[in-house]
Design a protein around this ligand. Structure first.
Ligand code: C2E
Ligand code: CA
Ligand code: CA
Length: 381
């Protein structure tokens, strides 16, 4: 065998590992052929023969048990190793539920291979797993969110966006809240779970339809209404079509609905982003760039994107009165917005001092607790 850090080469007939060996990695066959076998009654019984692209030895990625089968190169073979660390890092990043379920499947499979007679016992054996509690918590939360959507526990609260010179609302931002067991749960406590668990589409639909409904019933001051789009929904053309359909059904002009996406969402795949934004533009739905200034937008491409507004992140407004660099950034963003011919909205305005400074700088629109906290529709009028 010739071995590099991740790559192993074997001659025909050479054993890669034996049944009963300790194993810590799996392999992908880069080229060649590999026989998988089990020793039964002193002879090697073939289980499978694998070729390029196929994976084996994967159980070692999930547990410390010894190899339940052996592997031997049939032809000149090159393998690439997958380490447990690589898999752990990915599973950690994915989600505890997926990790727990995968770990269970692998452990049960191992049990079955080790003792085909005791299949039932293996299938019901408890699986030791440090992630079980975390997985269970994630699962409970996810189920509660599904029931919450179906049971009408979510609501949108509306925060006004004002023209700073006239002090009059020009629109509202819809912010989701979860009324759970008599408590109002803020979005940061459930949006990450919504996005992680594949519920973003369903939740986004609920948000979109509720917003269209609110527009149809009539917002005070007849401005626009903006909704936040999940990271996982950004780029989904069917969301735009669904919204356009709902607006038509309700007899609402598409210009009355706006979408908020963040800079980082755009940067992830900006070609796709451009297509999506053009789709929205064609439907007449405006898109505002949220939390602007916190990402790493390249000014070079901003002018090519059909945007409706830049929303300056709260952190700049927070610091602007005392911090010169923040004020300078604000000034730059305001003139950038002017050059791009898009609206410029400052977020998180809490004091009159900030309003004065923002008007001096030339920021025309603002939103913040000073003008109104997010509230249910009945309370906004
Ligand atoms: P965001 O889009 O940046 O929303 C602005 C947040 O700042 C809101 O927090 C709002 O209540 C808060 N805020 C407004 N004015 C002030 C102020 O003067 N001072 C301070 N300290 N805060 C202010 P909220 O409602 O907790 O929402 C947090 C985040 O959750 C939002 O940030 C947004 O990213 C996400 N989110 C909210 N609703 C939805 C939704 O329906 N869908 C999705 N995908 N995300 C949502
Ligand atoms: Ca927002
Ligand atoms: Ca924001």
């Amino acid at each position: 065998m010739k071995s590099h850090r991740f790559v192993r080469s074997y001659a025909p007939g050479e054993d890669i590992f034996l049944q009963g060996d300790a194993g810590h990695e799996a392999f992908v066959v880069e080229h060649g052929r590999v026989a998988i076998w089990q020793e039964i009654g002193g002879s090697r019984e073939p289980l499978a023969e694998l070729g390029a692209g196929e994976v084996f030895g994967e159980m070692a990625l999930f547990s410390d048990h010894r190899r339940v089968a052996g592997a031997t190169a049939v032809a000149a073979t090159q393998l690439r190793a997958i380490t447990r660390q690589q898999l752990d890092d990915r599973l950690e990043a994915v989600d505890p539920l997926l990790r727990h379920v995968l770990g269970t499947v692998m452990a049960r499979l191992r049990g079955m291979l080790q003792n085909t007679q005791a299949l039932t016992a293996a299938a019901t054996a408890p699986v030791p797993d440090g992630h079980a509690e975390e997985a269970l918590r994630a699962l409970r939360l996810e189920h509660a969110i599904v029931e919450g959507i179906e049971g009408g526990e979510f609501e949108l609260h509306y925060q006004p966006i004002l023209a700073l010179d006239r002090r009059e609302p020009v629109g509202y931002e819809a912010l989701a809240r979860w009324r759970r067991d008599g408590q109002l749960v803020p979005p940061l406590d459930f949006i990450p779970a919504v996005e992680r668990s594949g519920l973003a589409r369903r939740f986004g639909q609920w948000v979109g339809l509720s917003a269209c409904d609110a527009l149809a019933r009539g917002l005070p001051d007849s401005g626009y209404l903006s909704i936040n789009v999940s990271t996982t929904q950004f780029g989904d053309g069917s969301l735009l079509d669904m919204l356009a359909g709902a607006l038509t059904r309700h007899g609402v002009r598409p210009q009355q609905l706006r979408l908020e996406v963040t800079e980082s969402q755009l940067l992830h795949d900006w070609r796709q982003a451009q297509g999506w934004l053009e789709h929205a533009q064609a439907l007449g739905i405006g898109v505002m760039l949220d939390d602007f200034g916190t990402g790493y937008s390249s000014l070079a491409y901003l002018h090519r994107l059909p945007l409706t507004a830049l929303k300056i992140d709260r952190s700049f407004v927070d610091r602007m009165v005392t911090d010169t660099p923040s004020r300078k950034i604000l000034r730059t963003i305001a003139s950038l917005a002017e050059d791009l011919e898009v609206d410029c909205i400052a977020e998180g305005i809490e004091t009159e001092e900030q309003v004065t400074a923002l008007r001096d700088i030339g920021v025309p629109y603002g939103q913040g607790y000073l003008f109104g906290r997010p509230q249910p529709l009945a309370a906004t009028g």
